[in-house]
Design a protein around this ligand. Sequence first.
Ligand SMILES: [Zn+2]
Length: 438
Amino acid sequence: MTDVFADLVGQDEAVVTLRRAAASAAALLRAAAPAVSRTGAPVAGGADPDGGHDDLDALAEQADGPGAARDRAGADPGAGMTHAWIFTGPPGSGRSVAARAFAAALQCVHGTGCGHCPGCHTTLTGTHADVRLVVPEGLSIGVNEMRALVLRAASTPSGGRWQIVIIEDADRLTEAAGNALLKAIEEPPPRTVFLLCAPSTHPDDISVTIRSRCRVVPLRQPPAGAVAEVLVRRDGIAPDVAEWAAAAAQGHVGRARRLARDPEARQRRDAVLAVPRRLTGVGAAFDAASALIEAAEAEAAASVAELDEAERAALQTALGAGGTGRGAAGAMRGAAGQLKDLEKRQKSRATRAQRDALDRALVDLAGFYRDALTMALRAPVAPVHTDTAALAGAGAQKWDAEGALRRLEAVLECRAAIEANVKPRIAVEAMMLSLWKG
Ligand SMILES: [Zn+2]
């Protein structure tokens, strides 16, 4: 089975909800279509002749009878269609994969997310005219970007189905951008659907008022077995490598694929997992902190360098660099402003990339101390890092459960501190000292 939900690994419950909603959405569209069936016969329950009531609730009532939308929403939150959704789950659980798959199912000309029709295909490849994807590159999504988006999303869908806005990392909305979005969600244009992705529905991630207008689709951390299975099936990775990578990535599908395929990613992970062994004194702890920060900076710089350069070149071409004559001076001043804006955006993106790289390293490190803890407790669970299990076992003997737990907590505190905007170097140095002293 290769429909649009095939890549949503280990999320059976969410897939059932989304399939049902897509089917319901297709029924709404059929009910709103001109009251003539494909055979040409008149159909009962067709569109309102005024055409003025085609918002979702009215459509639902046409499809299922008066009050059906309300009853359904109250009785069974998994059924039916609504105009705003939040996909939550830990990083790598597939929030944006789920949102894209659902968007494809809504645009599917068969209404089921077949995976083959033009609606499914263009949505999944990012070229559907009625699907807009917001991927924040910097630390936050600004209000101007959001206002422009909301405005465009209010237009009639050109494909005759739905206007869909997918917002990845909705937790990075600025407050003003959140308010602009809230307005659109509170008074939704008739055929517009908002799909938000966020780590959780905690008020730090998504405002309570936005949350109250959305249906939540919780995704779980997919089990390692399911991740390994998809790496083998879809990416053609050897089963033993897939199993190792799925365990090491702790349920993060994208990370597992990268570990399985990219030798540099494996080397970076090896360097991180060598940290516990290197912590032999204060000086070594500071050295380890520097190494970790610098590795994250290098990884981030490599990941954005190509894009930065391409954007700069594109902007310079668009501005016609080197123009002379009347108006050229004014144009140059405008150009300087645009270049400055671009540099600002790129800097923000680079900072984000650094934090993401550092966070990946910290998650690996946390996995190591988690292994030491479970071994000290003799808990019957598989280690995260099978290749450093012996080292974690030695740590378990030396530190006992309490010492392993303190170290695990030090790593988690470091992540929380960086998330709360503590300077990464300061947070990492504090963590390394705790890891050394225990
Ligand atoms: Zn389709």
